[in-house]
Design a protein around this ligand. Structure first.
Ligand code: MG
Length: 327
């Protein structure tokens, strides 16, 4: 039987990771691409692209327009660049409301202002009714490399601390609740530009070894990517993972693990032990929920979660969730 692509391949977890390696990297590998970082560093440029198919296109706290700017901006920021210029490609399904398009473009305008970037190239296409779902947006972005910042999997060392810049899961759960039309919760997406925060982090703490934004697949997937990329074990303390109570409650109702939910305005940092408290103090000035959630532990096999109840479990790449079109 012919193998087909399923929604699972788009979740950003193990199936996505394997497909990218097997289909794309095998044929298209370049020195920058095979590093599998959020953005490519080429000389003094940091370059990234992303596509957005989120469903619904408007959800509490944000929409596809903002998301398409911040998604690319944040990938450049966590990779050690200062985002400067974006391209914007929009594909719309015939029958889409012009007023919604105007609303989305206004949202894009607010987002580029917040992220301090300009859109310098664009494309607009319309496809027949039923040949796409409402609107899809792709952006790519160029940033200027911060000289002192050199994040890489190879720099990660045993005992490095793992820090998350804020509470996790709000973006993913806000989209899920909007999709399922459950309005008892008032949870807004955490979608925001990381440009200012992350640039000041790189300037002040260039010793930070690695950074990634936990978007699709949530913190569980990013921690697994860090484990695979660095070939080092990770131990996480569940009680230190910041998850809002309402997010946890909504997750219980929907049967979702918050650690697999996408964030769109958070970063995970891998930081040398000796500067970790100082980095945390810096983050706490703007984000009270920033937290040291664990460390690189050469004794750990994979990503090990020390649970609140005192046990431990492996926090694997998501296998069983079905959260398509979350960004
Ligand atoms: Mg990313």
């Amino acid at each position: 039987m012919q193998e087909i692509i399923t929604l699972k391949h788009g979740e950003g977890a193990k199936a996505s990771y394997n497909l990218v390696k097997e289909v794309f990297l095998k044929k298209l590998s370049s020195p920058a691409l095979k590093k599998l970082t959020d953005a490519a560093t080429i000389g003094n440029l940091v370059y990234s692209c992303d596509s957005f198919t989120v469903d619904p296109i408007f959800f509490p706290g944000s929409d596809i327009g903002k998301l398409s700017v911040f998604g690319t901006v944040n990938d450049i920021s966590v990779s050690g660049g200062i985002p400067k210029y974006l391209s914007l490609a929009v594909i719309v399904e015939e029958g889409f409301l012009k007023s919604d398009l105007i609303k989305i473009v206004a949202s894009i305008k607010a987002a580029i202002r917040a992220a301090k970037v300009d859109i310098v190239s664009g494309d607009f296409k319309v496809v027949e009714r039923g040949k796409a779902d409402k609107i899809f947006i792709s952006t790519s972005g160029i940033g200027e490399k911060i000289k002192k910042a050199n994040p890489s999997f190879k720099s990660i060392k045993n005992k490095d601390k793992i820090i998350v810049t804020g509470s996790v899961g709000e973006h993913g759960i806000s989209v899920m609740l909007a999709r399922k039309k459950i309005f008892e919760f008032n949870i807004k997406s955490d979608c925001q530009s990381l440009n200012s925060l992350v640039t000041s982090l790189w300037m002040k703490f260039p010793q930070i070894n690695f950074m990634r934004d936990p978007t699709r697949g949530g913190i569980a997937s990013v921690l697994n990517e860090i484990h695979l990329g660095s070939k080092k074990g990770i131990r996480i303390s569940e009680e230190n993972i910041p998850v809002r109570r309402d997010v946890r409650a909504a997750c219980e109702i929907l049967g979702i693990d918050p650690y697999y939910l996408a964030c769109e305005g958070r970063a995970i940092l891998v930081v040398p032990d000796k500067i970790s408290e100082e980095v945390l103090k810096f983050l706490k000035k703007t984000s009270k929920s920033a937290s040291i959630i664990g460390e690189i532990d050469k004794g750990a096999k994979g990503v090990v979660l020390n649970t609140v109840s005192g046990g431990e479990r492996i926090l694997d790449f998501s296998h069983s969730f079905n959260l398509p079109r979350i960004c």
